[in-house]
Design a protein around this ligand. Structure first.
Ligand code: MN
Length: 370
């Protein structure tokens, strides 16, 4: 049995020149897995970038799934805690992520794709494929994850078993509440989506995303994975990503802009098939007499640039933060926005729920206000 893994396709992500990136990357991921002759494909969450995708995005998803459906396969799946699905071609087993999650009772796009026969959707349910068990739990608010997994009576089944989930976990997210030891015990492998940089440690796999979303340096290379008695990763083509860290080092903005321009020119001399992305981050201290607001960057090159400045003695630190409570400030802004929209609700409650990631409480509050 060869099992393919790809995660966080984020179909629908991106605008401007990156509008088609998520779909292109999803196709590349699917192509790679199919060329590796996998028997089954696993997508551990965030297949969609939003819980209610536009029809164009659903079409993209259908196209990607059809690539697997058109292949021939005799593999029959047996439902565990769900009905046994009728599958077409190479089966795709999927869970929802935090991006394609909806509140209880509403249909998420993964459920829709399951009904249409494109994927096999798991949430606190499983499926047996030959001798291999898959148990999936879609994303839940991070504040609930530890309790949910600890209380869950998920038992492994099959000769080998994969536990699929989509949460923040230590060590990659140091402040996460969930540790690997909190997960239901006894599964042969644990496969997480959510975290966009891939990682394999013993029997724990973080698949990583197929598309660059945050332009972080660790997102530089994109992979899919194939399990065949062990995990191996396969690089997929991706738009080049460069990371440019610039220290202001007491210079005037014009001098720093020359350095940035030189670096961008250098990127342009390299060979590439797709317009590269460059993330620029300027830190440090400007020359005496210059403020952060004096530093204006304009992208004049045929490059996709994300620009960020975090200069000492600028913006946030120029404001006197003494005596200013960030929570109060946020509640004030929320209150104003709610008022403008004619929504009568407790802004501080809403803020607390949002902060805790308590989506169902947010929806309930919104429901009560209309
Ligand atoms: Mn994601």
């Amino acid at each position: 049995m060869r099992i393919g893994f790809a995660s966080d396709l984020h179909l629908g992500f991106g605008s401007g020149r990156r509008k088609g990136d998520a779909c292109i990357q999803a196709k590349r991921a699917m192509e790679k897995l199919l060329s590796e002759d996998v028997d089954v494909i696993v997508l551990p969450g965030d297949v969609f970038d939003t819980p209610v995708p536009r029809p164009e995005v659903l079409r993209d998803a259908a196209y990607v799934f059809q690539m697997a459906a058109k292949k021939t396969s005799d593999l029959k799946l047996t439902g565990v805690g769900r009905d046994s699905p009728e599958t077409k071609g190479i089966p795709i087993i999927a869970i929802h992520g935090n991006h394609d999650r909806r509140v209880k009772g509403d249909v998420n796009p993964m459920q829709l794709m399951d009904i249409m026969g494109y994927i096999v959707y798991l949430h606190k349910t499983g499926v047996l494929a030959d001798d291999t068990g898959f148990f999936g739990v879609g994303a839940v608010p991070e504040s609930y994850s530890k309790k949910l997994f600890r209380d869950m009576s998920a038992k492994p089944f099959g000769d080998r078993s994969f536990f699929l989930f989509h949460q923040d976990t230590v060590p990659q997210i140091p402040h996460a509440s969930l540790k690997w030891s909190d997960l239901p015990q006894g599964f042969t492998y644990y496969v997480n989506g959510h975290i966009h940089a891939p990682l394999l440690q013993k029997n724990h796999l973080v698949v990583g995303s197929t598309v660059v979303t945050q332009m972080k340096p660790e997102e530089n290379e994109k992979y899919v994975w194939v399990w065949d008695q062990g995990f191996e990763k396969h690089l997929i083509q991706s738009r080049p990503l460069h990371y440019l860290q610039v220290d202001a080092n007491g210079r005037a903005p014009s001098e720093i802009l020359v350095e940035i321009d030189d670096a961008l020119q250098k990127v342009l001399t390299e060979k590439y098939d797709e317009t590269p992305m460059v993330r620029i981050k300027v830190t440090g201290k400007l020359k005496e007499g210059f403020k952060s607001s004096n530093f204006i960057f304009q992208n004049n090159h045929n490059l996709i640039v994300s620009f960020q400045k975090q200069l000492e003695g600028s913006a946030i630190s120029e404001v006197d933060l003494k005596g200013m409570n960030v929570d109060e400030l946020a509640v004030g802004v929320l209150k104003k926005m709610l008022g403008e929209r004619g929504l009568k609700m407790d802004a501080s409650k809403l803020y607390t729920y949002l902060l805790n990631g308590d989506e169902s409480a947010v929806w309930k509050l919104l429901g009560d206000s209309t």
